[in-house]
Design a binder for this molecule. Structure first.
Ligand code: FAD
Ligand code: NDP
Length: 494
């Protein structure tokens, strides 16, 4: 082992990062920029169905990127329908080619994988396509595809191994026959009639784009939609999906899945959680989106006394992403924080700046804006109505709401009162503590409002801001109807 050049110590590297996803890459690249000698190990274990991918982690390969592109593909059908009303000649019975979409999305991801590899090389970071594990407080073992083992010593180690989909082991046939979000974006066979199990971000986003692309899609909901989100908004998202053709079964759980070998179809038994009755139906594809587990099994954590959570696999860290071992840090989906790419990226950058640039800024995990890319997109920042009421008391918050008119929807005569916006205000100081919007371009709309909430903007400041006309977002500057007034926020008339 050679000494780390920049630190003059007795380690190979100043920093070894295990996991080359959103968090690991950002931490490694920021550290290298600050002059640290860095290595990053990234290795993709194929899914149980055999799907594997390249450098960049979940977001790039089996998350945000393919999901948003497929969501866009589905929205384009609606745009093509609208285009007729705007005077375009669009043939009836538009056909969609699943394999063309998968091919195009895969090509883009391939270019991103390549971009990361070349960026790491250009930035002087040693990229190892090896499965890492912790040997001791300053040593990581890498195992290559050919099973060659190498030890790397480092002053600091960052664990950024993310998570993988969790499929309940107690459902007969699930592990054997079901796919997950790790498979759907890379599978060239059209999914056909699909059952999505789960009712949070992943299940609803995937069910949304599959319906939009023309596949008969059902969502098996165990309890509520989008746990943790404002439930009024979540129900609007679900209602719109139903309107667009997604079937919802709720509250149900999957009792069993069996394959009919002759037809290749999957026979699924769903059990009602209300009365225990069962129903059987055939599907071409069953996709479990029942949450994710941190990928910490076999990571050698026991060698350094780090004990991951038994249920979630997550690693406990303090506010500086430090584990119980001084030289080892963890960030991104592997810790118990919001599982979002920008969160992992920001935490990675800040950690590197603290380790190698004497900075002290900690990651702020509050007021993180997020968007769910369902057919009716939903963006939110701050508290849900339920959480605001629980924290401050129902009498101490004011809820302003409106069904904005979407000018673009008027010409094609799309149904009104589907797009919805809500501001939650703390009465004591007029501060906006929650912003919710279900409608087109929710991520784009909420990003800017996230800055306002971070800055502690008051409702009076929202009202004093001049709107941009004609947009939906301008409605956030002029919301007058409160829920308490009992007045209808519905848009009426022509
Ligand atoms: P990851 O990106 O998962 O990276 C971990 C890397 O470590 C992986 O490459 C893994 O193969 C590798 N690894 C694991 N173990 C080892 C080991 N022992 N040795 C070496 N390498 C190892 N977030 C958003 O903000 N917006 C979205 O729209 C969004 N959409 C999503 C859609 C889906 C379907 C999913 C599943 C997630 C989505 N997310 C989204 C969440 C986002 O992808 C994650 O929060 C983010 O990727 C977490 O980054 P990370 O660095 O912690 O882990
Ligand atoms: P979540 O943990 O958010 O949700 C899991 C869902 O599965 C819940 O609806 C849960 O129901 C249900 N569930 C759990 N176990 C079972 C079971 N045994 N049978 C039936 N249903 C079950 O997981 P996701 O995979 O949807 O998302 C993981 C994370 O990835 C998100 O929290 C998010 O941070 C990130 N992500 C972000 C996206 C974005 O930014 N747009 C998109 C996709 C993912 P119940 O409520 O009853 O517990």
């Amino acid at each position: 082992m050679s000494a780390s050049a920049s630190e003059g110590g007795s380690y190979d590297y100043d920093l070894v990062v295990v996991g080359g996803g959103s968090g690991g890459l950002s931490c490694a690249r920021q550290a290298a920029k600050l002059g640290a000698k860095v290595a990053i190990l990234d290795f993709v274990k194929p899914s149980p169905q055999g799907t594997a991918w390249g450098l960049g982690g979940t977001c790039v390969n089996v998350g945000c990127i393919p999901k948003k592109l497929m969501h866009t593909a589905a929205l384009l059908k609606g745009a093509a329908d609208d285009a007729k009303a705007y005077g375009w000649s669009v043939p009836d019975g538009l056909e969609h080619s699943w394999d063309t979409l998968v091919d195009a999305v895969g090509s883009h991801i391939g270019s991103l994988n390549w971009g990361y590899r070349t960026a790491l090389r250009d930035e002087g970071i040693d990229y190892k396509n090896e499965l890492g594990s912790i040997v001791d407080a300053h040593t990581v073992k890498g195992v290559s595809r050919k099973k060659v083992e190498t030890l790397y010593s480092a002053k600091y180690i960052v664990i950024a191994v993310g998570g993988r989909p969790y499929v309940p082991e107690d459902v007969p046939g699930a592990l054997e026959h079901a796919i997950t979000s790790d498979d759907i974006f890379w599978r060239f066979d059209p999914p056909g009639k699909t059952l999505c199990v789960g009712a949070s971000y992943v299940a609803l986003e995937i069910a949304g784009f599959l319906t939009g692309l023309g596949y008969d899609t059902t969502v098996a909901v165990r309890s509520i939609l989008l746990r943790g989100f404002d439930q009024g908004m979540a129900e609007k998202v679900g209602k719109y999906m139903e309107h667009e053709g997604t079937t919802f079964k709720r509250p149900v759980v999957v009792d069993s899945i069996a394959k009919d070998e002759a037809s290749g179809k999957l026979k699924v038994v769903l059990k009602s959680r209300t009365d225990g009755t069962t129903e059987e139906e055939e599907y071409d594809t069953v996709l479990f989106a029942t949450g994710r587990k941190a990928d910490t099994a076999n990571l050698g954590l026991e060698n350094v006394g780090i004990v991951p959570d038994a249920k979630t696999g997550k690693i406990a860290v303090d506010e500086a992403e430090a584990t119980c071992v001084d030289s080892i840090f963890a960030l991104g989906d592997v810790i118990d924080q919001l599982e979002l790419t920008p969160v992992a990226i920001a935490a990675g950058r800040l950690l590197a700046s603290r380790l190698f640039d004497g900075k002290t800024t900690l990651m702020n995990y509050t007021n993180i804006p997020t968007a769910v890319f369902t057919p009716l997109e939903y963006g939110a920042v701050g508290l849900s109505e339920e959480d605001a009421a629980a924290e401050y008391g129902i009498d101490n918050i004011e809820v302003f709401h409106t069904y904005p008119q979407v000018l673009e929807h008027t010409v094609p005569h799309r149904e009104e009162n589907q797009v919805y916006a809500k501001l939650i205000v703390r009465k004591a100081d007029d501060v906006v503590i929650g912003v919710h919007y279900a409608g087109p371009n929710a991520g784009e709309v909420i990003q800017g409002l996230g800055i306002a909430v971070m800055a502690g903007a008051t409702k009076a400041m929202f009202d004093a801001t001049v709107g941009i006309h004609p947009t939906i977002a301008e409605e956030f500057t002029s919301m007058e109807i409160t829920r308490a007034s009992g007045k209808s926020a519905l848009r009426t008339g022509c």
